[in-house]
Design a binder for this molecule. Structure first.
Ligand SMILES: C[S@@+](CC[C@H](N)C(=O)[O-])C[C@H]1O[C@@H](n2cnc3c(N)ncnc32)[C@H](O)[C@@H]1O
Length: 264
């Protein structure tokens, strides 16, 4: 009996909406910031949980990890909907890319990294802590969960890096050429934060501070949105927000910071 068959998949079938390339921002961030974990692993196993109606974003994640970190990465796409597992099977390319039925329990697998994108947004906020606990309990030692959400085309995205102790970092990411204001990111926050964008909550303070910094950086728009974003991130840092990762990542329209964190 396979690992997937021994475990009752935890969770519910939700809408399967996906789109080619819409998870590029989080994938590129994983390649840039999570390579050490995968390189150190005896078994470089990664799970893409809830890949949706077509496996396109799982295929892309495997290709990016294989090209950017190590060619022998093994990606397993897990879906709770058996019809979506059957639909994905022709795209399998074993041993590097396979598909199976599974839920938050991860089907008995012990991955180093799990990407769960646009999965929890369709659950109730009250279900999030248990889902995180179940997924992180199944990870290999030192493993991490990357849980987040994005818009239809992947122009706005945000995600949390989570381990057995809870969230460690929050990343906000945007396609800068189409970004009017960082406040747009409030619509695309992870489920744990999206209902907390109200005065008094740290995520509200962050988005307001980022938006203020973006407005203050308006003169840099002459040099393009990338320069404006860089200036805004630098200002945010100067006001005390402990922004991580440095300008190479900021230039991509990203902002990563420890989460949760005390107020500046
Ligand atoms: C909106 S799609 C996301 C597709 C893809 N990850 C993306 O972001 O483009 C969400 C998928 O997650 C699946 N899903 C929901 N809960 C799940 C769970 N607990 N375990 C595995 N898959 C789940 C649903 O069946 C659905 O196909």
């Amino acid at each position: 009996m396979s690992g997937a068959a021994r475990h009752r998949p935890l969770g519910v079938v939700t809408r399967g909406t996906t789109n080619p390339n819409r998870l590029r921002r989080v994938d590129n961030w994983i390649v840039a910031t999570c390579a050490d974990r995968l390189l150190a692993a005896a078994d470089p196993l990664v799970v893409d949980l809830g890949y949706g109606a077509t496996p396109v974003t799982a295929v892309e994640l495997r290709a990016r990890l294989a090209a950017g970190i190590r060619p022998d990465v093994r990606l397993v796409g897990l879906e709770i909907d058996p019809a979506r597992v059957a639909a994905a099977t022709p795209a399998a390319d074993p041993p590097g890319l396979t598909f199976a039925r599974g839920g938050f329990e991860l089907a008995g697998l012990r991955p180093v990294l799990v990407r769960a994108f646009n999965v929890l947004r369709q659950y109730d906020e009250s279900e999030v802590p248990d889902a995180w606990r179940t997924m992180t309990a199944a990870l290999a030692p030192g493993g991490v969960l990357v849980e987040g959400t994005c818009d239809e085309l992947g122009r706005l995205a945000s995600w949390l890096l989570i381990d057995a102790d809870g969230p460690r970092t929050l990343t906000l990411a945007a396609k800068l050429t189409t970004l009017t204001s960082p406040a747009e990111l409030a619509e695309r926050l992870p489920k744990a934060l999206i209902h907390r964008n109200v005065p008094g909550e740290p995520i509200h303070d962050l988005i307001r501070a980022l938006d203020d910094a973006w407005q203050a950086a308006a003169p840099y728009a002459t040099f393009g949105p990338r320069q404006r974003w860089l200036s805004a991130v630098t200002r945010l840092r100067e006001t005390g927000w402990p922004i991580l990762n440095g300008p190479t990542r900021w230039r991509q329209g990203e902002l990563t910071l420890p989460w949760p964190q005390p107020q500046p």
